[in-house]
Design a protein around this ligand. Structure first.
Ligand code: GRF
Length: 203
């Protein structure tokens, strides 16, 4: 399948997907990396890997829908089957979601539905949770609310801080995001209401 990765920041999740793809472990080709930030580390990583990039500054548009239309046009042009949000710091409007129904994934560094939104590693620590983790989910109109595909759990230690917990979670992000993409590529994901059924889960 042809995938696009959308990222606003450093792009470590992008990197893990590039590496899995280059190692031949992913039936997916990254045909485009797009960002709303021209200076995103993710664009640099894409460039180094020889992947096409595009930067669209959201501040140029008078509303979210106009920005989304521009993004959708770029994704259509690249004939993308699946859109991967990896630290993409923009909410998607219905214009975007309806252009790729059930074809947009996101990764979030908590065990949803706990701690949606921003600064969630800090929130998990402050809350006193004993475990946190990460979630790959399909994107719907809400903030971190769509059907869950894969989660990974990590313990929270007494002496953790935001940095140490984020690093432990990130390691799992890099493992489960490529896995979720591969399940999609193998056509093994079935959305049934809120739930996602994985065909042949042991394979
Ligand atoms: C990750 O923690 C991801 O879960 C969150 O944003 C961060 C992006 O990191 N949505 P990176 O840019 O992939 O390194």
């Amino acid at each position: 399948i042809r995938i696009a990765v959308l990222a606003s920041g450093r792009g470590s999740n992008l990197q893990s997907i590039i590496e899995e793809s280059q190692a031949g472990r992913l039936d997916a080709e990254i045909v485009l990396v797009a960002s709303n930030k021209a200076d995103a580390g993710a664009l640099e990583r894409a460039g180094e890997a020889g992947i096409a990039t595009c930067a669209i500054d959201h501040r140029q548009f008078k509303n979210r829908e106009d920005f989304d239309r521009e993004m959708v046009a770029a994704l259509r042009e690249a004939r993308v089957d699946l859109v991967i949000l990896a630290g993409f710091m923009r909410l998607l409007s219905n214009v975007f979601i309806e252009a790729f129904p059930h074809r947009i994934m996101n990764i979030h560094p908590s065990l949803l539905p706990a701690f949606p939104g921003l600064d969630v590693q800090r929130k998990a620590l402050e809350y006193g949770a004993r475990f946190s983790g990460c979630t790959v989910h399909f994107v719907d109109g809400g903030l971190d609310t769509g059907p869950i595909i894969i989660q990974a759990v990590v313990p929270i230690h007494e002496d953790d801080n935001e940095e140490s917990l984020s690093a432990r979670i990130l390691e799992q992000e890099h493992r489960i995001y490529p896995r979720a993409i591969q399940l999609f590529a193998e056509d093994r994901l079935r959305i049934e209401g809120r739930r996602v059924r994985i065909l042949n889960p042991d394979r």
